[in-house]
Design a protein. Structure first.
Lengths: 420, 108
C-alpha cells in the first residue's frame, strides 16, 4: 500500500477545517483536507440566516455567504481536498509520523503526516440522551437534521412541531418552520431562562407568537407510526417534574435542540487527554492536544457560539502545525495552567506559555448581572453588564499581560461591589 | 451582549432609555415605529450539485410583509448554475430577494 506523505492532514471540512487548510497551505505546508460528506462547508452551508462574519469580516453575512468566502479562497490558492473521505483511524507511529487511514471513492488511502488538525465538529444530543421515554415513531429529528432537511434538501419535516430545548439552533429552526408554513406549538425549556441569545428569542419566538415554556420538561412521546403527541410537565427548582402538572401537546414532529457535543471518537481512541467540562481535548495556546503534533479546532475542541471564532481557531492550529514542523515539536515551555475560578464552567485553551498573545474563550456556569471578569494573577479586569452560559466570554490577552503570571492564571467572575 | 431598552412614545417625540451604545437608540425607534426583519428561505434548483438555493431579502422588510415574501417565493424553481447575489425576485416590499449560495451544474 502506498503511503502519501504530508505536512498536515486536516480532518473535517467545515469552517474550522477549511480555514486551517487554507492557512496551512499559505504557510507552505503540504496539506490535504478530508471531508466525510460529499460537500464541504459544514454547518454554515445550511445556515440561511445572517449573524456570521461580524467579527472576522466586519460584515453581517448569512452562514452560506460566510462559507463561500472561504470556498473562494480555497480555490484561489489551490487547497488540496478529498470529499466522501471517511477517516476510520489515526495511528501514532512516531513523533513526526502520524498515519491517517481513509476510505475514499478511489479506495483505502494511508496518509503519513507530520501533523494532524482535527476539525470534525460536533454531534447533537439525541432524544435518548435527554431522557425522554415512550414510543419511538417517525417524526423525531435533531435541530441540525431538521435544518439539513429544510435548507439543503428543501423538505419540510412536519406540520405541527414541538421543539425541545431553547438553544440558538432550536430558536432559529422555530423561525424557519414558522416561515415555511408549519405550526410550532411550543418550545420546551427545562431551565427558568432561555438557552439562546435574547435577540433570537425576540426574532424567532416572540415575532411568530410561539410559546416558550420555561421550567418545563418533555416526559414521553406518544405515537404509533408517527409522532402524535408529547407529554410535558412543569419542573421545580431541582429540575424535577412536579406531579400533577402533566399535560399533552398534539404534534406530528418533535425537534430536539438540546445542545452539541464535540465529536471526539478518533481522539479518544488515540488516547488524547480530555476536558470533561468542554467534552473536548485539553490543549495548549497553539491548540495542540496532549498528543504532540495533533491539533484541534472548532466545535471538535469546544462548542463555539460563532463561526468566526471557529475560523480563528482553525488558523491558530495551522500556525501551531507550522511551528511544530519547523522546530520538530513545539518548543518546551513552562506551561501555565488556566484555572477556573468562581462561576467559570469552562475555559480554552488550558495552558499558556506567557510568550504569545492568546485568545481565551470561557463560559460561566450561572447567569449573573453586573460583574467583573478577572485574572487576578496578571491584574486583568473587565466589566460585563451581564454574563450568561449561552454567550461565550472572549478574552484577548497580550503576551505582555500573560507574562506576568508565575505559576498559573485563574479566570473568575466577581459581582460588582465584592472586594477582590 | 444584550441590554434592555425602554421606549416612550408621545405625540411629539420618541425617547429611548437603557441603551448601552448609540446603535440601541436607532434600533429601538425602528422597532417601535416600523419593525423590519430580514426574510430567508430556500427555493428549488434543477440540475445542480445542491437541490436548493438559499435566498434573503436585500434589506429588511416590514414585519407585516413577511408572509407576502414567503408566498412570492413558494413556487420558484431555478435552473443551475446559480451565482451568488443573483436577484431572484425584484421589488417586493421595498427589497429584492437575492441568492446566498452558489449552485454549480451537476456533473452528469
Amino acid at each position: 500500500m502506498i503511503e502519501e506523505k504530508y505536512d498536515a492532514v486536516v480532518i473535517g471540512g467545515g469552517p474550522a477545517g477549511i480555514a486551517a487548510a487554507i492557512k496551512a497551505t499559505e504557510l507552505g505546508l503540504k496539506t490535504v483536507l478530508l471531508e466525510n460528506r460529499d460537500i464541504l462547508g459544514g454547518i454554515p452551508l445550511q445556515c440561511v440566516h445572517p449573524g456570521f462574519g461580524l467579527h472576522y469580516f466586519k460584515e453581517d453575512l448569512t452562514g452560506t455567504q460566510f462559507i463561500h468566502r472561504f470556498f473562494d479562497r480555497m480555490e484561489k490558492i489551490g487547497v488540496e481536498y478529498i470529499t466522501s473521505a471517511h477517516v476510520y483511524s489515526i495511528e501514532y507511529r512516531d513523533y513526526m509520523e502520524k498515519i491517517v487511514n481513509v476510505i475514499t471513492r478511489k479506495g483505502v488511502l494511508r496518509l503519513c503526516s507530520k501533523t494532524i488538525i482535527y476539525t470534525v465538529g460536533a454531534r447533537e444530543r439525541t432524544i435518548f440522551e435527554i431522557g425522554v421515554v415512550g414510543d419511538r415513531p417517525d417524526g423525531i429529528y435533531t435541530a441540525g437534521e431538521a435544518q439539513t432537511m429544510m435548507d439543503i434538501y428543501g423538505v419540510l419535516p412536519g406540520k405541527d412541531i414541538v421543539i425541545i430545548g431553547s438553544g440558538d439552533v432550536g430558536l432559529i429552526m422555530a423561525r424557519r418552520f414558522a416561515l415555511e408554513g408549519a405550526r410550532v406549538k411550543a418550545v420546551i425549556e427545562i431551565m427558568p431562562y432561555p438557552g439562546g441569545l435574547m435577540r433570537n428569542v425576540v426574532q424567532c419566538l416572540i415575532d411568530y407568537n410561539i410559546p416558550l415554556l420555561l421550567s418545563h420538561i418533555a416526559l414521553r412521546v406518544v405515537g404509533k407510526k408517527r409522532v402524535e403527541k408529547v407529554v410535558v410537565a412543569r419542573v421545580d427548582e431541582n429540575l424535577r417534574p412536579i406531579p400533577g402538572t402533566e399535560f399533552e401537546i398534539e404534534c406530528d414532529t418533535i425537534v430536539i435542540a438540546a445542545g452539541l457535543r464535540p465529536y471526539v471518537d478518533l481522539l479518544e481512541k488515540l488516547g488524547v487527554a480530555m476536558d470533561p467540562a468542554t467534552g473536548g481535548p485539553i490543549v495548549n495556546e497553539l491548540l495542540e492536544t496532549s498528543m504532540p503534533g495533533v491539533f484541534a479546532a472548532g466545535n471538535a475542541l469546544v462548542i463555539n457560539d460563532l463561526a468566526d471564532y471557529v475560523v480563528e481557531q482553525g488558523e491558530k492550529a495551522a500556525e501551531g502545525a507550522k511551528i511544530f514542523i519547523e522546530n520538530r515539536g513545539i518548543p518546551t515551555e513552562e506551561w501555565k495552567p488556566v484555572k477556573k475560578g468562581r462561576n467559570i464552567r469552562l475555559a480554552v485553551p488550558h495552558y499558556v506559555s506567557g510568550k504569545r498573545d492568546v485568545t481565551i474563550l470561557a463560559r460561566v456556569a450561572k447567569p449573573e448581572q453586573r460583574v467583573f471578569v478577572e485574572l487576578p494573577e496578571v491584574g486583568y479586569k473587565v466589566f460585563h453588564m451581564a454574563v450568561r452560559p449561552a454567550e461565550m466570554i472572549r478574552l484577548d490577552l497580550s503576551k505582555d499581560i500573560l507574562s506576568k503570571a508565575e505559576k498559573s492564571i485563574t479566570i473568575e467572575v466577581k459581582p460588582i461591589g465584592q472586594r477582590t | 451582549m444584550s441590554c434592555t431598552l425602554k421606549v416612550h412614545i408621545s405625540d411629539t417625540n420618541i425617547e429611548v432609555t437603557g441603551n448601552q451604545c448609540i446603535k440601541g437608540v436607532e434600533y429601538a425607534k425602528q422597532e417601535a415605529l416600523n419593525p423590519v426583519r430580514h426574510v430567508m428561505t430556500v427555493v428549488k434548483v434543477r440540475g445542480g450539485d445542491l437541490p436548493t438555493v438559499s435566498l434573503i431579502t436585500s434589506k429588511p422588510v416590514p414585519k407585516n410583509c413577511i408572509e407576502k415574501v414567503m408566498e412570492a417565493t413558494a413556487n420558484i424553481e431555478l435552473e443551475a448554475p446559480v451565482e451568488l447575489d443573483q436577484v431572484v425576485v425584484r421589488d417586493i416590499c421595498g427589497a429584492n430577494l437575492i441568492t446566498t449560495r452558489k449552485v454549480h451544474k451537476a456533473l452528469h
